[in-house]
Design a protein around this ligand. Structure first.
Ligand SMILES: Nc1nc2c(c(=O)[nH]1)N[C@H]1C(S)=C(S)[C@@H](COP(=O)(O)O)O[C@H]1N2
Ligand SMILES: [Mo]
Length: 241
């Protein structure tokens, strides 16, 4: 099992491990390293910095949690709440989500710290479909995501959330439900952005009047986390917003 640094680690050790990780990442991923340096002045990297990051396992996921554990919910008990600036607050069960129109995506998954898994298969519901069903009020400009780990948060602008490569995923790597380690039974998958946007253990989608920087963004990472061109991708809209 690959685990990562938790908050409880002494700061000194986190920084040292972060530096070693940076050295390794630096060999392979130029732009990621610049981004890492940009955010690493005082902070640990998103999800990373732990021993798992030192093992150069090519093409495989690092399993991240910012708490001390991997929360677990059965598909029977799972619920996804849709709340906030909407006329139609809804609570979806796992079966409800599976019953909505399905979207499949096959994309590289890329963490800002440098590791990348090519051609990952995902299935789920377009976030835009769920938003559409919520009847969004005119004041809403952003979508906030909450995790049942009780700590992690993320957000997108309403425009970003409406893209056709952003899904509420219930299947990943051929597994339905998504495994607990990977954030199941249901997680967010924001294909055009770095992995930290893809909130695991998704429990609530909240329509809001503004973007609120998420867990890693409070620690210095870009709120607009577009995967850059030098990573062989050009997912960002022209204005980059
Ligand atoms: N709830 C929660 N979601 C999270 C994280 C986390 O620690 N907790 N880590 C993020 C980061 S930095 C990455 S790269 C991916 C990693 O997904 P994986 O653990 O399935 O590899 O999840 C993202 N979503
Ligand atoms: Mo990440």
């Amino acid at each position: 099992m690959t685990l990562t640094a938790s908050w409880k680690r002494p700061v000194g050790r986190r920084i040292v491990l972060g530096m070693v990780t940076l050295g390794f990442a630096g060999i392979a991923f130029g732009e990621s390293v610049q981004r890492f340096i940009g955010g690493a002045i005082s902070k640990v990297s998103p999800g990373g910095g732990g021993l798992a990051s030192l093992i150069p396992g090519a093409n495989s996921f690092r399993i991240y949690t910012v708490t001390d554990s991997f929360p677990s919910e059965s598909t029977q008990d799972y619920t996804l709440k849709v709340t906030g600036l909407i006329d139609n607050p809804t609570t979806y069960t796992f079966e409800d989500l599976v019953g909505l129109p399905q979207t499949s995506l096959t994309k590289d998954f890329q963490c800002v710290t440098g590791w990348r898994v090519p051609n990952v298969h995902w299935k789920g519901v377009l976030l835009s479909e769920i938003i559409k069903r919520a009847s969004v009020q005119p004041r809403a400009q952003a979508v906030l995501f909450h995790s049942f780990d009780g700590v992690y948060t993320e957000s997108l602008t309403l425009d970003q959330a409406s893209r056709n490569d952003v899904i509420v995923a219930y299947e990943m790597l051929g597994q339905r439900p998504i495994s607990s380690e990977h954030g199941g039974p249901v997680r967010l998958y924001v294909a055009p952005m770095y992995g930290y946007k893809s909130c695991k253990w998704l429990s609530e989608i909240e329509l809001s009047d503004k973007v609120i920087p998420g867990y890693w963004e409070d620690l210095g990472y870009d709120v607009n986390a577009w995967i850059g061109r030098s990573n062989g991708r050009s997912d960002a809209p022209v204005d980059g917003a």
